[in-house]
Design a protein around this ligand. Structure first.
Ligand code: AMP
Ligand code: MN
Ligand code: ZN
Length: 707
């Protein structure tokens, strides 16, 4: 009976704990929101790229990783062209001259085109294209409100149809087109593909194999111009307004003019390619007289086109952040604005610093350099060195006014919201001429992306942080004041990884229902349970979505018999602490170290004590639970297991100095700490100093034994 009372007490405490955890989590979150008050503006701006889940080229300083083909056995470098072999083979044996169109006539653009913005449609298009011999391609980019830029639209035309692909909506699944683009038997017609080829690699790991570039054909035919506008005019009598090229291609729906423009860029390409190919053939000497294809101009055009395909997208790597922009600004402005005066070295220094700051800001917020701060504003700031926010704004505004009244940038906010929200540090930079830029840089990074950072963490800037913390993992646990920064940064980065790796990958509650034969609801459950009954012919399906079954036999008991309506409630897939919908993981309210001692009827087939929590609430709940555990341990004289092992001196843990273990016991081990410790042990366990190895082992043991 005594044990029973004890268990009841524990359950009661655990339940009380659970409720208070949830309340505490809610309260903390509210308080955090309120305390934050000032937050970086861009957090509230809905930029389409924030919805991308797969970002191949992030804004970190790390090199771009190219596509790795699974079928390739040998270890290939991520810096190599994954389709180099296929392209090289095309260079050696150019594909035979084909008919780009069957009729040798161009069709006018009809009113209809196909807008592709679902995965299903894209798959259909991929299938359709795989049966073509040739198709024409063009892309539109957006680069003002993004650091590296992204593809906002892809136009594909076949002889009978124009397709406009919403590459924003389909960003994460554009790889569906990878096979048709890499298929050497399908010719892709572009005009001036140098950039498109790189953009497709950057955004989608799409590599073009077998291309005919009409601009290359112009080159070989020594045309007076090689612009698409010229070709459209000459061959199709179509005039275009190229200013539309610089429209904001992110907008949806696209305007009628933009759709028209976008379609024109691909629609006539097959016909133009056909005309140019005929000219190339006519220009070539008779092949029977001269079998050497060196003089086959079509082959030469094909070769030059495929040389473009061999290019690889690379992220520009600078010696110091912003260095190339600074060098370019200096070379353009050295002789003007009195930069040659005695102050010139100070001015130069400031230009470098401002460029570095701008570079970091642009990467963090995923904005173009120009959007953050214009070159001319940088020069003005460096020359006039304003000290107060109001003066800084003034200088920037004036510089942009003087310079921009005639160009498209004049519509940009000046100063930009990035400057306004980060004005304090910009002033600091201007004031503290002697500040070490590396230190400043680190501090800014922490301030912006650290655990209480003011700027949102995203797929674009996350790696800037992890790159930083990667180098610092060994110092993560050390308590020196100077290293606190890397430790906190590591935590935030680790949190993101934790979310990615450990949050539930699919909804936990399927909310399937089981009915008794009299139609009464017995319980909500997952799919597996339904399948179990169905496989054994113990039930029949009565509803499809969400699925429900009816039992063909009379069950042992009814939920109401057990005075328990827990199982006949549908459950939401959200964090019970804060309502977070995007990620959650299972959390056991009653730690398994207690649960394992429960009587069978309380623990078998019982899931009352499992709730969903987001990572943040999980951490809060976990550390509070650790606290309660210690309290319970004291109150009821239940030993904390680690101490027991340490005392008995039987385990590895015993070799850890009691001082370091004290730290763990005092604070508990959070899932993040556990993960970091385990990863460090897996990766560097054998090479790290013995003391550290033991400390990390203790961290893991503690967690295992206490949860
Ligand atoms: P196009 O190949 O002409 O369709 O251009 C493709 C993309 O390149 C456009 O969506 C623009 O983002 C970019 N682009 C090309 N030329 C310019 C230019 N002169 N100024 C700004 N952006 C350009
Ligand atoms: Mn275009
Ligand atoms: Zn939460």
């Amino acid at each position: 009976m005594a044990t029973r009372e004890k268990i009841n007490a524990i359950v009661a405490i655990a339940c009380a704990a659970a409720v208070s955890l949830v309340v505490a989590a809610l309260y903390r979150r509210l308080r955090r929101r309120r305390a934050a008050g000032w937050r970086c503006c861009s957090e509230f701006e809905d930029k389409p790229q924030n919805r991308f889940k797969r970002v191949l080229a992030d804004n970190s300083y790390a090199p771009f990783k190219h596509f790795k083909r699974e079928e390739k056995e040998e270890e290939v470098s991520l810096k190599m062209h994954p389709f180099e072999e296929e392209i090289t083979s095309l260079l050696e044996n150019p594909p035979a001259l084909l008919n780009f169109i069957t009729t040798h006539e161009y069709s006018d653009m009809s009113a209809s085109y196909v807008w592709i913005d679902t995965e299903h449609q894209l798959e259909y298009l991929a299938k359709l294209l795989s049966e073509e011999q040739v198709f024409a391609v063009d892309t539109e980019q957006h680069s003002l409100r993004s650091f590296l830029g992204f593809t906002a639209l892809m136009q594909i035309s076949i002889e009978r149809e124009d397709f406009l692909i919403d590459t924003i909506a389909l960003h994460d699944v554009m790889g569906i087109l990878r096979p048709v683009f890499a298929d050497p038997s399908i010719c892709k017609v572009f005009h001036g593909a140098d950039n498109d080829v790189l953009w497709l690699q950057r955004d989608f790991h799409i590599y073009v194999v077998n291309m005919f570039d009409t601009a290359k054909a112009c080159e070989i035919l020594s045309k007076p111009h090689k612009s698409l506008a010229y070709l459209l005019e000459t061959y199709c009598g179509v005039s275009t307004d190229k200013t539309l090229q610089r429209e904001d291609w992110r907008v949806r729906p696209l305007s009628v003019e933009m759709i028209e423009y976008a379609r024109i860029d691909a629609h006539y390409l097959l016909y133009i390619a056909d005309c140019l190919a005929s000219e190339l053939r006519r220009k070539s000497p008779d092949t029977s007289a001269c079998p050497d294809d060196k003089f086959n101009f079509f082959f030469e055009a094909s070769r030059r086109s495929n040389m473009v395909c061999l290019q690889l997208y690379v992220k520009e790597i600078e010696s110091t952040p912003g260095a190339s922009a600074a060098a370019s600004i200096l070379s353009r402005n050295l002789s003007v604005q009195g930069v040659t005066s005695w102050k010139s070295s100070e001015i130069k220094d400031l230009i470098w610093k401002l460029c570095a700051w701008r570079d970091l800001m642009a990467r963090i917020h995923d904005e173009s350099l120009r959007y953050v701060l214009s070159d001319q504003a940088i020069v003005s700031l460096a020359v006039r060195i304003p000290k107060e926010p109001i003066e800084v704004y003034d200088v920037i505004q004036q510089a942009d006014l003087d310079n921009g009244s005639s160009n498209i940038y004049s519509i940009l906010p000046s100063p930009s919201p990035i400057v306004s929200t980060h004005i304090k540090e910009l002033c600091f930079l201007l004031r503290e001429a002697s500040a070490n830029i590396d230190d400043v840089f680190r501090r800014f990074l922490q301030k912006h992306l650290g655990p209480i950072g003011c700027c949102p963490l995203s797929a674009y800037n996350y790696a800037i942080l992890s790159e930083f913390s990667l180098k610092q993992t060994n110092t993560l646990f050390m308590k020196h004041a100077g290293e606190k920064f890397t430790s906190t940064i590591g935590k935030k980065a680790s949190r993101e990884l934790f979310v990615q790796k450990f949050s539930c990958k699919s909804p936990v509650y399927h909310n399937c229902r089981i009915y008794a034969s009299d139609g009464r609801l017995l319980c909500y459950c997952d799919r597996r349970k339904l399948e179990w009954y169905l496989k054994r012919d113990l039930a029949k399906v009565v509803e499809d979505d969400p699925p429900a079954i009816m039992l063909l036999f009379e069950p042992k008991g009814r939920p109401e018999d057990e005075d328990n309506d827990f199982y006949i409630q549908s459950k939401k897939n959200i964090c019970v602490g804060c309502g977070e919908k995007n990620h959650y993981l299972r959390y056991r309210i009653i730690p398994s170290c207690y649960r394992m001692h429960f009587p069978e009827h309380l623990k078998s087939h019982r899931s009352h004590d499992i709730v969903l929590l987001c990572v943040d609430c999980h951490e809060i709940a976990h550390s509070a639970a650790e606290k309660y555990k210690r309290q319970i341990a004291e109150e009821f004289g239940i030993p904390l297991f680690v101490r027991k092992i340490v005392d008995s001196g039987e385990s590895t843990v015993a070799t850890v100095s009691s001082k370091s273990l004290g730290v763990i016991e005092e604070t508990g081990v959070s899932p993040l700490q556990l993960r970091t410790a385990a990863m460090a042990l897996l990766r560097h366990g054998s090479s790290m100093p013995a003391r550290r190895n033991h400390f990390l082992c203790a961290t893991c043991y503690f967690h295992l034994l206490s949860s």
